[in-house]
Design a protein around this ligand. Structure first.
Ligand SMILES: *Cc1c(COP(=O)(O)O)cnc(C)c1O
Length: 382
C-alpha cells in the first residue's frame, strides 16, 4: 500500500507541500502571527465586512432567535425565514425570478452543474475556471470542452461545432468567471454573451471575485456592463466580499425549481446555520447601500494606488506576481511574512504548472501607507 509519508515527501520535494499557518485575529487588515502584527494581503474579504459590527449583530440576532443549527436539509424540516429572505433578496438584487442558496460557493458550483447538466450535454469552460466549476462539470457526466483563457475564437469554434452535432434536446452551457480568481483579469463578457446567444447556448457566470467590487451597486461585472438580463445563471459566493459564507445561483424560477429537486449538496446536506445566512443578507444590503458605495470607493482607491506603484492596469482587487517556479514564489512569501505582510505563494494545482505566483489581494480596510510599504518590500524581492 502507498504510504502517506511518501506522498507528503514527494510534495515537499516538488515545492508543493501545503501547511496551515496559525493566525490570530486583530483589527482588519491586521492579523497576529506568533504575537506579531502582520498586514493581511491574502484575504478575499474585499470590503472588510467579515468583521463588520452590523453583520456580527445580524448573526447574533439570528442565533438568539433561531439557535445555532438549521437541523436538517430544508426539504426535510422546512425552510426558516432567514434562508427564504436571503434568496428573495438575491433574486430581487439580481433582477431575476428566483435564487437558491447553498452552504458554500463550492457546493453551489458542484450542485448546480451536477443538477443542470448530464450525460449527452456539453459544458464549455474557460481554461482558468475555478476548481469548483471543474469538479461540478466533471461530476455532471456531461462532455467537457475547454477553451484557452478568454480566447473568443476558440470559444466560437467550440460553440459552432457542438451545436451542429448535438441533438435538439441536449444542453450546451458555457461557464466563465467574471473576474478570474488567480489572475485578477476579466472575461470579455459582452462578446461571450453575444456568442452564447448566437449559438443558442446557456451561460453560467461565476461572479465570486466581482460581487462587492464591480458595478454601480456592487453586483458584479454583469451589472457594470448592463448584462444581467442576458445571463442564464448568475452564480456567486457569500464568503468573499459579502463577508459571510455560502453561495447562490440566481436564474428563472423553472431552473431554480429544478435545482431544488436535483442539486445534491442542497438536497442531502444540512442547511447553513441561520447566523451565517442572516450575516449574508446583511452583507448584501450593506454592499448595495451608501456605506457599501463608500467602501467600494476606498477599495478602488487602494487598487489604483497599488497598480500605479507597480505600473500595472487596475482591473480588480487581485494582483498576481508571477514567479514561475515554486521555490522562488515560496521564498518571496516567506520573506514578505518576515517583513510583516501575509500574501500566499499560489502553486499547482491551483494555478498551471510553471506559473507559481504571489497572490496579493487588496481590501477597503488597507491604509495607503500599508500598500506603499508592501510595494517597497516587493521591490527588494526580485
Ligand atoms: C472561492 C471561489 C469559489 C468557491 O466559493 P466558496 O464560497 O469559497 O466555497 C467558487 N468560484 C470561484 C471563482 C472562487 O474564487
Amino acid at each position: 500500500m502507498r504510504q502517506a509519508e511518501d506522498e507528503l515527501a514527494a510534495l515537499r520535494e516538488a515545492g508543493l507541500l501545503r501547511q496551515l499557518q496559525p493566525v490570530e485575529e486583530d483589527r482588519p487588515p491586521l492579523l497576529r502571527i506568533n504575537g506579531r502584527p502582520v498586514v493581511n494581503f491574502a484575504s478575499n474579504d474585499y470590503l472588510g465586512l467579515a468583521c463588520d459590527e452590523e453583520l456580527m449583530e445580524a448573526a447574533r440576532e439570528a442565533t438568539t432567535r433561531y439557535g445555532t443549527g438549521a437541523g436538517s436539509s430544508r426539504l426535510i424540516s422546512g425552510s426558516l425565514s432567514p434562508h427564504l429572505d436571503l434568496e428573495e433578496h438575491i433574486a430581487e438584487w439580481k433582477g431575476v425570478e428566483a435564487a437558491l442558496s447553498f452552504s458554500s460557493g463550492y457546493a453551489t458550483a458542484v450542485g448546480s452543474l451536477g443538477a443542470l447538466l448530464g450525460k449527452g450535454d456539453v459544458i464549455i469552460l474557460d481554461k482558468l475556471c475555478h476548481a469548483s466549476l471543474i469538479d461540478g462539470a466533471r461530476q455532471s457526466g456531461a462532455c467537457l470542452r475547454v477553451y484557452p483563457h478568454n480566447n473568443l475564437q476558440k470559444l466560437e469554434r467550440l460553440l459552432a461545432d457542438n451545436r451542429a452535432k448535438l441533438p435538439a434536446e441536449a444542453r450546451l452551457l458555457v461557464v466563465t468567471e467574471s473576474v478570474f480568481s488567480m489572475d485578477g483579469d476579466r472575461a470579455p463578457l459582452v462578446e461571450i454573451v453575444e456568442l452564447t446567444e448566437r449559438h443558442g447556448a446557456l451561460l453560467l457566470l461565476d461572479e465570486a471575485h466581482a460581487v462587492g467590487v464591480l458595478g454601480p451597486t456592487g453586483q458584479g461585472l454583469a451589472e457594470e456592463l448592463g448584462l444581467q438580463g442576458r445571463i442564464t445563471f448568475q452564480m456567486g459566493t457569500l464568503g468573499k466580499a459579502v463577508g459571510s459564507a455560502g453561495g447562490y445561483l440566481a436564474a428563472e424560477r423553472r431552473w431554480i425549481d429544478l435545482l431544488l429537486n436535483k442539486a445534491r449538496p442542497f438536497v442531502y446536506s444540512t442547511a447553513p446555520p441561520p447566523a451565517q445566512v442572516a450575516a449574508s443578507s446583511r452583507g448584501l444590503r450593506v454592499i448595495a447601500s451608501a456605506r457599501g458605495r463608500n467602501l467600494r470607493e476606498r477599495l478602488w482607491s487602494n487598487i489604483s494606488t497599488f497598480s500605479k506603484l507597480r505600473g500595472t492596469e487596475a482591473r480588480s482587487a487581485i494582483a498576481p506576481l508571477i514567479f514561475g517556479e515554486n521555490e522562488p514564489a515560496l521564498q518571496a512569501a516567506r520573506s514578505l511574512l518576515g517583513a510583516g505582510y501575509l500574501a500566499p505563494a499560489v502553486r499547482f494545482p491551483t494555478v498551471p504548472r510553471g506559473s507559481a505566483r504571489l497572490r496579493i489581494t487588496l481590501s477597503a480596510a488597507h491604509e495607503e501607507e500599508q500598500i506603499r510599504s508592501l510595494h517597497k518590500n516587493l521591490l527588494t524581492l526580485s
